[in-house]
Design a protein around this ligand. Structure first.
Ligand SMILES: NC(=O)C1=CN([C@@H]2O[C@H](COP(=O)(O)OP(=O)(O)OC[C@H]3O[C@@H](n4cnc5c(N)ncnc54)[C@H](O)[C@@H]3O)[C@@H](O)[C@H]2O)C=CC1
Ligand SMILES: O=C(O)[C@@H]1CCC=N1
Length: 262
């Protein structure tokens, strides 16, 4: 398999596969500059001559597609499937860039592949059961595969699940900063905010009841939690905030799709 680009996201996917038993000898990484890579692998600036990969993972930045395709497209035939994690880069654009490649699949992972807990959001250009099985087999060790029915859903899926960890990391920091401002030791606040979110997320994911119901279970009538929830809920504040956050991210994804077509 070839990785084209191997930074934060590609590197996390590769590391997760290596942790899961992938033979590093089967991986070739193509990127312009040498850097520290998972499994002690070395990247190379040029594509291998003569060999064709079963799978190409596109993991560079979306705006680098044209540069990459100029060299890669002549090397891939119908035995080489392409999986792209490029945000906002639609299947039609990928197909136009790699006209002779095998199947084209878009994947929207997130950084939690490292802990095998990333939703693995997928869509392919054809409804092909064998391809789906193959992709599920490949990606399920990194998280739960979740197939989209139409590509238009990728905009919001990217905002929610691809970008989502960043939003949650901000929320954790904001909790810690606020607790410190209200009198807690800074390091202890950071530790507790993180441990609380970890425990609460695990509880919610294992619970038979919804997060909304769990919130009610925490909040005693006229107790401490209710006062805090009232602040979050006043005028639909938290819903409105997260709506705006997701909308801004989703609209940037749409915009990137338009830029890729221009
Ligand atoms: N960071 C994240 O959490 C997520 C990122 N993505 C997508 O993953 C892709 C990569 O993002 P990051 O890993 O965050 O960026 P990054 O900047 O960490 O990695 C980009 C990689 O591409 C390489 N590269 C640069 N020019 C190249 C070229 N011409 N040919 C081959 N490789 C080249 C760089 O050396 C680097 O290894 C983007 O398309 C992004 O939309 C998708 C989901 C989540
Ligand atoms: O911020 C980005 O563009 C990429 C897509 C989802 C997460 N990172």
């Amino acid at each position: 398999m070839w990785f084209v680009g191997c930074g934060n996201m590609g590197g996390a996917i590769l590391q997760a596969w290596l942790d899961n038993g992938l033979d590093a000898a089967k991986v070739t990484i193509i990127k312009p500059h040498a850097s520290q890579l998972p499994g002690g692998l070395q990247s190379q600036p040029d594509y291998p001559e003569g060999a064709t990969p079963d799978l190409v993972m596109l993991a560079m930045k979306p705006y680098q597609l044209d540069d990459v395709a100029a060299k890669l497209a002549p090397l891939v035939g119908d035995n080489s499937h392409i999986v792209s994690v490029l945000a906002g880069t639609e299947i039609d654009i990928l197909r136009a860039a790699f006209p002779k490649a095998g199947k084209i699949v878009r994947l929207m992972p997130n950084m939690a592949v490292t802990v095998a807990k990333s939703p693995m959001i997928l869509i392919s250009e054809a409804d092909d059961v064998n391809l789906k099985d193959q992709m599920n087999h490949l990606f399920s060790p990194l998280g739960q595969p979740e197939w989209l029915e139409n590509e238009g859903q990728m905009h919001i899926a990217t905002a929610l699940s691809g970008s989502g960890p960043a939003f949650l990391f901000r929320f954790i920091d904001a909790l810690a900063v606020s607790a410190a401002e209200l009198g807690m030791d800074k390091d202890q606040a950071a530790r507790l905010a993180l441990a609380m979110v970890d425990g609460a997320a695990t509880l919610a994911s294992r619970s038979a009841v919804s997060p909304g119901e769990l919130a009610n279970q925490v909040a005693s009538p006229n107790g401490v939690t209710r006062k805090g929830l009232d602040v979050l809920d006043a005028d639909g504040r938290v819903n409105a905030l997260l709506h705006d956050v997701l909308k801004a991210a989703m609209e940037r994804n749409r915009e990137m799709a338009e830029e890729a077509k221009a």
